[in-house]
Design a protein. Structure first.
Length: 153
């Protein structure tokens, strides 16, 4: 069985190490790199061709994880980017998904669910924390109401 190759991009060393430990405790996932800076992610990731990239949004630099996804996804179409962040704001969620992320989970996600999200993403799914999925559904419901109101004018 082929292991899912995972890269972690987060500016906080303790979080990178914790995520690496979670990934490596799974039999079917292996962390192949942890990266702490945006410029390093941009230069290193394309050559690694990971299956999954766990990407933080705030990297402590003007360039965000969303910017990195936007730049790298066209260069790495086979790699799956999953935002792994503390941000739950609608704007960040939709900006990340529009940039090319295929998943969005919160850092507070339980380790077993995080590993499940890696597998789901690798197998073609679009995993999201339940709180994030609820926000996505709410936006679509609002959009549907707006469209209906515009037609009824």
């Amino acid at each position: 069985m082929r292991q899912i190759r995972v890269c972690i991009v987060d500016d906080k060393k303790d979080l990178r190490e914790a995520l690496e430990e979670i990934v490596n405790m799974s039999e079917d996932c292996r962390c192949i790199a942890t990266i702490g800076a945006a410029d390093e992610a941009i230069s290193v990731l394309p050559g690694m061709n990971p299956d999954v990239v766990l990407m933080d949004i705030n990297l402590g630099t003007p360039e965000t994880g969303i910017d990195i996804v936007r730049e790298l996804k066209p260069l790495m179409p086979v790699s799956n980017f999953m935002m792994c962040t503390v941000y739950e704001e609608d704007e960040k969620i939709f900006e990340a998904l529009s940039a090319g992320a295929s998943g969005y989970i919160l850092k507070k996600t339980a380790p077993a669910k995080m590993l499940e999200a890696n597998r789901e993403l690798y197998n073609g799914g679009a995993p999201m924390s339940s709180q994030i999925a609820r926000k996505v559904v709410a936006v679509f419901q609002r959009q549907k109401k707006l469209t209906k109101m515009m037609r009824n004018r």
